[in-house]
Design a protein around this ligand. Structure first.
Ligand SMILES: [Zn+2]
Length: 285
């Protein structure tokens, strides 16, 4: 396929999606999307990349992500518009596949019965976990304006990450990815997540981290336009730096940082098209 054709598949869909979402009822849209994804699976089939969520192989993944002027300058791993990001068949992203790899390599979630809370669940990871019979799986999200999208399933319960409706020590694992950069009281949110975790439980707490910054930039200008300029997205209230691990420790966690390259997952992260610079940040209670 030529570049021109691929740009048509990627960019034109980005432009007309908001219009289609307004006029097509959700169940119909899901059916249509399924048909479109089956078509993309055929167009992109090949042997270079593998998606562990749908079990298909492709010659390439779709482009994805939104342009972020700061992504390159501040070396924000996993941000900005990027190639080979989205699975054509199930729309899993590079971030989702990184979480899959971490779960597979570093946890016993596929073997051992456990309770998992998933806050703001990405669809592919949600579908994976809710279909493991020995996993008791709960989800929640705050659904700020613009976030109740097709990307999220409709059965997710409304909740606030700084005030979780669960008893102390309820979960073996909490997954809360790309949420804390939206939360003003992020340390409070981390402490609240820690509260509902069992001892030795794990929290996967991904955020965009600017690898070029030694310290987190917290000078929140308070309006959408300036936030976009300063933090790279209109609704982010800070830009985390390399001290993100210290903040997790400040909230009481023992922090672990896993890197696909350094952890010897090299072959797998290439096959899954994961950014080798993107770390997995885990808080242990
Ligand atoms: Zn897939």
């Amino acid at each position: 396929m030529s570049n021109g054709e691929e740009n048509f598949l990627n960019i034109n869909m980005m432009n007309i999606k908001p219009v289609l979402k307004r006029i097509i009822p959700y169940p119909v849209a899901i059916k249509l999307r399924g048909g479109w994804q089956k078509f993309l699976k055929i167009i992109y089939q090949g042997n270079n990349y593998y998606c562990p969520f749908c079990g298909n192989s492709f010659r390439k993944f779709l482009k994805g992500g939104y342009p972020n002027p700061l992504a390159e300058k501040n070396k924000i791993a996993g941000a900005g518009r990027r190639s080979n990001m989205v699975c054509p068949r199930c729309y899993s992203t590079d971030r989702d596949r990184l979480i899959y790899l971490y779960l597979k390599e570093k946890t016993d979630v596929f073997e051992k019965a456990q309770k998992i809370l998933h806050i703001s669940p990405a669809r592919s990871v949600k579908h994976l976990l809710e279909n493991i019979s020995h996993v008791h799986y709960e989800t929640g999200d705050k659904f700020e304006e613009g976030y109740r999208d097709y990307y999220y399933d409709r059965d997710v319960v409304q909740m606030d990450v700084t005030d979780l409706p669960f008893e102390d020590e309820s979960f073996d694992m909490v997954i809360c990815n790309h949420v804390l950069e939206h939360v003003k009281e992020d340390i409070e949110a981390m402490q609240e997540i820690r509260r509902v975790m069992k001892k030795q439980g794990k929290a996967i707490l991904q955020v965009p981290v600017a690898l070029a910054l030694s310290e987190t930039d917290e000078a929140d200008p308070g309006n959408a336009e300036e936030r976009e300029m300063r933090f790279g997205q209109f609704d982010h209230v800070r830009l985390y730096g390399r001290d993100y691990k210290d903040r997790l420790q400040k909230a009481g966690f023992t922090a672990e940082v896993h890197n696909p390259g350094k952890d010897g997952w090299d072959k797998k992260y290439k096959e899954l098209s994961i950014n080798p610079l993107e770390n997995v940040y885990v808080g242990i209670k």
